[in-house]
Design a protein around this ligand. Structure first.
Ligand code: ZN
Length: 273
């Protein structure tokens, strides 16, 4: 009787695959100095990716942290604006993809700030972007634990800062818009920070992981059109006409209606493909 032997050394196994890093345009990785958007509202991220710092009477709020490698730059820009790590009290965000929340675990650790989100985003952040509906495990980042879960329309208040969340599912099931009031040139201005409305490579018809994705997009377009929106800002700066380079220019910035109209048009083209 033949003895069971170890597996033959001659047996050939395929070489394991090379892991690909998440490659992004250079503008997403190009840090910028703090840019003043409104009285208390600053862009502190990179040329292509928005990270907003709101300075208030009882501490600051950060909305979006950009990619994982952006954490130290954001802390440095906060310091430049006189905001110590312990002054950052709350971290909000637009969506739970790696290019907008990649740095949040590190920022939370460095500052002690509380992460405020919604349930759909919280589950994706808890697993560090893994098992994404459209991207599977392509866009991973250090997992983030949420401290507070919001319902649609809830307000987040910190001293004199008061923001409202609006759920606009589509780009991700947990996508959000934030609205608040600030002063631009001494005038009260309704600011809307609105998540991406794009569907890059998404299966929009009969998607078993997200059967109602088109209905969600349509409702979200309508919602975005009706936001209080004197000034629109988006997580990808260029999507709303911002150029975060040198001086702030508002001339080319589009409004919420135009943003939603354009997104709806693009989505129709995707469906036709
Ligand atoms: Zn995204």
């Amino acid at each position: 009787m033949a003895a069971y032997s170890s597996f033959s050394a001659a047996e050939n196994f395929a070489v394991l695959p090379q892991l690909e890093t998440y490659k992004v345009p250079e503008s997403w990785r190009q840090p910028v100095a703090p840019l003043k958007i409104a009285g208390n509202t600053w862009q502190i991220g990179t040329e292509g990716i928005t990270s907003l710092l709101l300075k208030g009477s009882e501490g600051s709020i950060l909305i979006d942290g950009g990619m994982e490698q952006t954490a130290e730059h954001l802390l440095e820009n906060m310091r430049r604006l006189g905001v110590a790590p312990s002054d950052l009290k709350l971290i909000l965000h637009s969506q739970a993809h790696a290019d907008h929340v990649g740095s949040l675990a590190e920022l939370k650790r460095a500052t002690g700030a509380q992460v405020v989100t919604n349930a759909e985003s919280a589950v994706l952040m808890a697993r560090g972007g893994a098992n994404d509906i459209h991207f599977a495990d392509e866009l991973l980042y250090p997992p983030i634990k949420a401290d507070r879960i919001l319902h649609d329309g809830e307000q987040v208040v910190l001293g004199d800062l008061r923001l409202r969340v609006h759920f606009i599912p589509g780009h991700t099931p947990g996508s959000m818009a934030w609205t608040w009031e600030d002063a631009v040139d001494g005038k009260a201005t309704g600011i809307a920070y609105v998540d991406s409305l794009t569907a890059p490579g998404y299966q929009l018809i009969n998607n078993p992981r997200y059967p109602n994705i088109l209905q969600d997009f349509r409702k979200s377009f309508e919602r975005v059109r009706n936001l209080p929106c004197d000034l629109l800002i988006t997580p990808h700066a260029g999507a709303s006409g911002w150029v975060f380079k040198g001086n702030i220019e508002r001339d080319s910035v589009i409004d919420c209606k135009e943003y939603a109209d354009k997104a709806e048009q693009d989505l129709k083209l995707v469906q036709l493909e």
